[in-house]
Design a protein around this ligand. Structure first.
Ligand SMILES: [Zn+2]
Length: 299
């Protein structure tokens, strides 16, 4: 057995529990790629205890959600520990996404055990308390979903856009940072950005979904006058929409807009414009689990 005190993944001099569960670069990648999009603080003194003490913040979004999130974190921490043991024993060298998958499976199984047998078939996705099923578009349409996320501290807004086909497969995903002082304007800019990217991707039939009812109603109802700051962007959207063979705009509830919402929040956490490779693990994971909750966990 390996008794070397160094971390066998990154070579850090002391492989402490804090290192394994929080600070190893491998672990950080897993946390960031998880549904929580959690960024482990760079400070090495940040301990598991500090982290768990911070969980009480989730209580603000409700007792049930607190239980779900703390449970998910526990299983991910546990899976990171098992992955470390598997590596040490020479059994397996798991990738972060494999650890995430193992954690998700264990978590789902655990919650299913807690529910009465007759309700197991109907148990919703455990990370979800309000399910709004995401629907892929009908062929030949490509679906564009967009969202904006605002950070009052940094006075910036993150835009997230994602294109998916009728099989739900990822076609294109981008995050962008912008600065403005109204979330409605952000939502409109996200739609405009998405339309321009859809043109670049040679999309002909486009269905656009946003969880901002106000912006969608300004686009769909030309008699409804938007606020002055919004008017140029709405005009751009209507103009760009004419480049498609068909382009429809629809409102969706926030719960069904989870992936775009996560992208918008990623923009804020990375603070840069990114075109996400289609192989991005967390993005693939989210696209496969389209009803995941959209709590603002990393704020
Ligand atoms: Zn390490």
């Amino acid at each position: 057995m390996n008794v070397d005190p160094h971390c066998s993944r990154c070579g850090a001099s002391v492989e402490s529990p804090d290192h394994i569960i929080l600070h190893c670069p491998f672990t950080k990648a897993a946390w960031f790629g998880s549904l929580l999009a959690f960024r482990v603080p760079a400070d090495d003194q940040f301990s598991i205890q500090d982290w768990i003490e911070g969980w009480h913040e989730w209580g603000k979004v409700g007792k049930k959600r607190f239980k779900e999130l703390s449970c998910y974190c526990t299983f991910l921490a546990w899976s990171l520990w098992l992955a470390r043991n598997a590596l040490m024993m020479g059994r397996a060298k798991m990738k972060p996404q494999e650890v995430l998958q193992a954690a998700a499976t264990a978590y789902h199984e655990f919650l299913n055990c807690l529910s009465p047998p007759h309700s197991q078939d109907r148990r919703p996705n455990p990370m979800t308390s309000s399910i709004a099923a995401w629907q892929p578009p009908q062929r030949p349409f490509i679906l564009l979903t967009t969202d904006a996320s605002w950070s009052s501290d940094q006075k910036v807004c993150g835009l997230g856009i994602i294109l998916r086909d009728s099989h739900g497969a990822l076609v294109f995903a981008k995050t962008e940072i912008n600065s403005f002082d109204s979330i409605v304007l952000g939502e409109a800019l996200a739609i405009r950005l998405g339309l321009l990217e859809a043109i670049s991707e040679d999309v002909q039939f486009l269905k656009v979904e946003s969880n901002n009812q106000q912006v969608i109603s300004y686009i769909n109802n030309k008699n409804k006058l938007a606020p002055l700051t919004l008017q140029p962007v709405i005009a751009d959207i209507l103009h760009v929409a004419t480049y498609f063979s068909e382009c429809v705009f629809t409102f969706i509830p926030r719960e069904a807009n989870v992936v775009a919402d996560s992208l918008a929040r990623k923009a804020l956490s990375t603070m840069r414009t990114t075109v996400w490779p289609l192989s991005t693990p967390w993005l693939k994971e989210m696209c496969n689990l389209p009803t995941m909750c959209s709590s603002h966990l990393n704020e």
